[in-house]
Design a protein around this ligand. Structure first.
Ligand code: 5GP
Ligand code: ZN
Length: 113
């Protein structure tokens, strides 16, 4: 298994886990860009949002609901936060396993650079 996020999901690579369900794992980003910076991933390997199948609405929903739950657990739901899925080369994706960033705990500029 050479995908680092598959290894984190399987538990063979350490990460600080925030939330786990049958479908989804959330853990702290190794290089946080905000006081709260958590990654939410499917346990199943999907390379990006673009690789999610049309028949995988349940998984897509589980991922999105988990981002909102992470924000509540991290205490940023009231102050506000951002959910980002960098996708592909120009989208700035560096790890080819679908993940949503949950960022919060400080004012976030818009648009991103
Ligand atoms: P992307 O650039 O693909 O949108 O986001 C990948 C994120 O994964 C980056 O924010 C990076 O800091 C994080 N990351 C890369 N390798 C690891 C790792 O081994 N553990 C954790 N917890 N985060 C990682
Ligand atoms: Zn993977």
């Amino acid at each position: 298994m050479d995908c680092i996020f598959c290894r984190i999901a399987a538990g063979s690579l350490p990460a600080t886990r925030i939330l786990e369900t049958d479908d989804v794992v959330a853990f702290r980003d190794l290089n946080p860009r905000a006081p709260t910076h958590v990654l939410v991933i499917p346990r199943l390997h999907r390379a990006s949002l673009d690789a999610l199948g049309a028949d995988e609405a349940h998984l897509a929903g589980a991922l999105l609901l988990a981002t909102a739950e992470v924000a509540r657990l991290e205490g940023v739901a009231d102050s506000g936060y951002r959910v980002v899925a960098n996708t592909g080369e120009e989208g700035g994706q560096t790890v080819d396993h679908l993940h949503f960033h949950v960022l919060g705990g400080r004012p976030l500029g818009w648009p991103p650079g």
